[in-house]
Design a protein around this ligand. Structure first.
Ligand code: UFG
Length: 329
């Protein structure tokens, strides 16, 4: 495969995708408007700053570069913000992918790997969650991702553009050796927040709810190393290129950890006393989200390398402790 267009490649997961492409000796072109991404996170490939909702911007890229496949990470992804400003999410997330698909159709590019999310399931009916389970998002962020998944289905029929929609569970970890990690502003995710508390950059971790019907009363999530996620995108692209069928795939470790277990694991990894105290539930949080990853394993041949939660947290800690202010500071 030749050049891959990575939309949103300056973001957390996108930058680890570039890491993965570079390890495989594959060329990348990155399109990112840097609204939430960081130029300093682009360690491989050419960064072209601009907005994928701008058809001229995309046409310029597709005319200049021979693109063989597209990976689309470009989106807003804060669940809470999507509830307070749903139109911001529809306007950005859905329109961005519409324009990407238009440009792909115009320039005869045949495959796209799309960043989807466990949020498409909403409150799941059973665990572990399979791809065929009910999709009923409980927030606008998940709705935009599900709308795009369905749009991809129609575009596959109409234009012959193949797709793989990858439903991520909780992306975590970093690749400090490549100089990249997680830097969101504001930070809302559990593991970076726990590590900021370990560094003394936050007074404590608020535990959002201790009365869920789980083993210790706190929410359970499936944490998957961001490099394992990235690797699945490559496998999906190769699968489509070889004639594989379009489809949706869960990407998770297949095992769940509670909020308290994550804090305990982070205490062991960092050797720090991480202050934590119970707080109110966060609106819209399902109690348990654990993936069945059998489809990605059997169809794409996905093998997870980072199976230990402590190793995942250790990689995030190595990056965060070396970059306490994130990128560029
Ligand atoms: N949590 C806390 N305290 C914090 C932050 C988080 O207790 O300070 C808890 C949350 O309530 C949740 C768990 O830690 O139970 C994980 O929260 P994250 O914010 O790290 O991740 P989410 O599971 O909420 O979100 C992830 C993705 C979203 C996706 C969502 C699907 O980051 O993009 O799963 O539900 F939409």
């Amino acid at each position: 495969m030749g050049k891959i267009l990575v939309a949103g490649g300056a973001g957390y997961i996108g930058s680890h995708m570039l890491d993965c492409l570079s390890m495989r000796g594959m060329d990348a072109v990155v399109a990112d408007n840097l609204s939430t991404g960081h130029a300093a996170a682009v360690k491989h490939g050419e960064l072209i700053v601009g907005d994928i909702r701008d058809a001229n911007f995309l046409n310029g890229i597709f005319s200049k570069h021979k693109i063989d496949g597209v990976i689309d990470f470009a989106a807003f992804s804060l669940v809470g913000e999507s509830c307070s400003d749903p139109l911001k999410y529809y306007a950005n997330n859905v329109t961005g992918t519409i324009e990407l698909l238009r440009a792909m159709h115009r320039h005869n590019v045949g495959s796209i790997v799309f960043s989807s999310t466990a949020a498409v399931y909403g409150e799941p009916e059973k665990q572990p969650i399979e791809e065929t389970d009910r999709t009923l998002p409980t927030n606008p962020y998940g709705e935009t991702k599900l709308a795009i998944e369905r749009m991809l289905g129609w575009c596959a029929e109409a234009y012959g553009i193949k797709y793989a929609s990858l439903r991520y569970f909780n992306a975590a970890g970093a690749d400090p050796a490549f100089g990249i990690g997680e830097d969101h502003s504001p930070e809302t995710h559990l593991i970076p927040i726990v590590l900021k508390a370990a560094l003394g950059k936050r007074s404590h971790v608020g535990i959002y709810g201790t009365d869920y019907h789980t083993k210790d009363g706190t929410c359970i999530r499936d944490y998957i190393h961001v490099l394992d996620l990235a690797n699945a995108h490559l496998l999906a692209l190769e699968f489509l290129e070889k004639g594989g069928e379009s489809g949706v795939f869960n990407l998770g470790n297949g095992s769940g950890f509670s909020v308290l277990e994550i804090i305990e694991a982070a205490r062991r990894v960092t050797g720090m006393d991480i202050p934590a105290r119970p707080e109110a539930r966060r609106a819209g949080d399902p109690s348990v989200l654990v993936a069945s990853n059998e489809k990605a394993a059997s169809v794409l041949g996905w093998k997870i390398e980072h199976t230990s939660i402590e190793d995942i947290i250790a990689s995030a800690w190595e990056w965060q402790s070396a970059h306490p202010e994130g990128y560029g500071k």
